[in-house]
Ligand binder design. Structure first.
Ligand SMILES: CC(C)(COP(=O)(O)OP(=O)(O)OC[C@H]1O[C@@H](n2cnc3c(N)ncnc32)[C@H](O)[C@@H]1OP(=O)(O)O)[C@@H](O)C(=O)NCCC(=O)NCCS
Length: 169
């Protein structure tokens, strides 16, 4: 059975395992060295009520996580978040990422965020496709800003703005 729910500190070991695998195997993150338990605890605790972390559980085991992290610590950015989404390798391609992304985007609307940014490395067409399917649009490209596995990489910027009737421009 599949459950999507808010993460707790007890999920951090599996969240970290999934993330460290992605650091090692993919260009999805530009981190290049594994995260320690201590670093991850700080990361987890930096997520306040407006910035959810969610996990997807399969038969009682966390197989993916997503977060809407603060985009910046400068206060005027408080309603802007950046999305992260990672599914454990053997569970990819089964529709889990799509469900988790939809769930966290919905959660961000509930917590009062105004907009969510995604930074997606070139070549990650699956991620671009998923983000488009929940309402993100491409807003730009940062050329050759990363180098991983010996290759220079562009990063696509995507954005979703919630159509919140209480927000004004
Ligand atoms: C990206 C990731 C989160 C997607 O999760 P997932 O569970 O594998 O994805 P899903 O099975 O829910 O959906 C995959 C979608 O991509 C589509 N897809 C598969 N290959 C594709 C390709 N080459 N180009 C475009 N779309 C593709 C599938 O058809 C499906 O779309 P659909 O539901 O409209 O048919 C997951 O693969 C992952 O963790 N990758 C490593 C980390 C990562 O890249 N994170 C994103 C960082 S921005």
């Amino acid at each position: 059975m599949m459950t999507i729910r808010r993460a707790t500190i007890d999920d951090l070991v599996l969240i970290t395992e999934i993330y460290n695998e992605a650091i090692h195997e993919t260009v999805a993150t530009f981190d290049t060295t594994p995260k320690t338990a201590e670093e991850q605890k700080i990361w987890f605790n930096n997520h306040g009520s407006k910035n959810p972390i969610m996990v997807v559980e399969h038969d009682g085991c966390v197989v993916g996580w997503a977060a809407l992290s603060a985009w910046s610590d400068r206060c005027a950015y408080a309603d802007t978040a950046e999305v992260s989404l990672y599914i454990q390798e053997e569970y990819r391609g089964k529709g889990i990422g799509r469900r988790l992304l939809a769930a966290i985007i919905q959660e961000g609307e509930k917590t009062g965020l105004h907009t969510v940014i995604a930074r997606i490395a070139e070549g990650n067409e699956i991620s671009v496709h998923l983000h488009e399917s929940v309402g993100f649009e491409k807003i730009g490209v940062m050329r050759e800003v990363g180098r991983k596995f010996g290759k220079l990489l562009d990063v696509y910027l995507m954005q979703k703005i919630y159509t919140n009737p209480t927000s004004s421009k």
